[in-house]
Design a protein around this ligand. Structure first.
Ligand code: BTN
Length: 235
């Protein structure tokens, strides 16, 4: 990603580290905001993100000069790869559910919310928000679909150590070949939601620009915006 220096800010509790990063964006320094708890944790598509103590909740604010907006997916891929490498270091075998949910043992262990600021055709700053379940308790309604490092049998480190490793990994080079190696559910039948439509397809790959490639009725189709709603239908 980059070799920039980051100023760290640690908080016991905050509404959302992404929101805090937005409030601090005008200060122009590259920052990591790490919170023990969030009381208004945000997920993608306007969802909330459960953020009990014991998880790693951080947002990495990076300012750029001349970062082309057409390469936005690289930030997403870089974040997903960083999380996967971190989880491997704790003894787990993660996969990516396109575009950037991270799964272990069939359950979501980490969500990523990236919020970029555009200036013309360029990204002037990005906020990479990562919520990684480490040893936090999960609300009852998530227990069948989410997991933690502890529950999955990984080495349980402090959230400080996990966050440091994540930020180190974020700064290493990452490419689409690495992203594709972590891409999960390849060859599986999935249910895609594309706007109001639901489409059954076989997941095949991801293009260099980050669009999902699926097989539908023997032909390959590409979607830049969709949600993989279910995996393994009819299996
Ligand atoms: C998702 O799974 O929908 C994305 C979840 C992203 C959660 C992280 S936790 C740190 C940062 N602050 C937030 O409010 N959200 C992100």
């Amino acid at each position: 990603m980059n070799e920039k220096k980051y100023v760290w800010e640690r908080l016991d509790e905050v509404d959302s580290t992404n929101e805090l990063a937005k409030r601090k964006r005008m200060e122009k320094s590259n920052c990591v905001f790490l919170a023990k708890r969030q009381n208004g944790g945000r997920g993608t598509k306007g969802r909330s993100f459960s953020s009990e103590e014991g998880g790693a909740y951080l947002s990495v604010l990076t300012h750029y000069e001349g970062y082309p907006a057409r390469r936005a997916f690289e930030l997403m891929a870089g974040a997903a790869i960083a999380v996967c490498r971190t989880l491997e270091a704790y003894g787990l075998r993660p996969i990516v559910k396109w575009p950037n949910d991270i799964f272990v043992n069939g359950k979501k262990i980490c969500g990523i919310l990236i919020e970029n600021t555009l200036s013309g055709e360029e990204i002037s700053s990005s906020i990479v928000g990562i919520g990684l379940n480490v040893r936090n308790s999960l609300p009852a309604e998530l227990r069948d679909i989410a997991t933690t490092v502890e529950e999955a049998g990984g080495r349980v480190a402090s959230t400080e150590e996990v966050a440091k490793r994540l930020v180190e990994e974020l700064q290493k080079p990452a490419d689409m070949a690495a992203y594709r190696r972590y891409l999960g559910f390849v060859g599986r039948k999935v249910l895609l939601r594309v706007g109001e439509r639901q489409i059954e397809a076989i997941l095949r790959s991801v293009t260099d620009e980050g669009a999902l490639q699926v097989e539908i009725a023997g032909g390959i189709q590409t979607f830049s915006s969709a949600e993989v709603e279910r995996v393994g239908i009819d299996e």
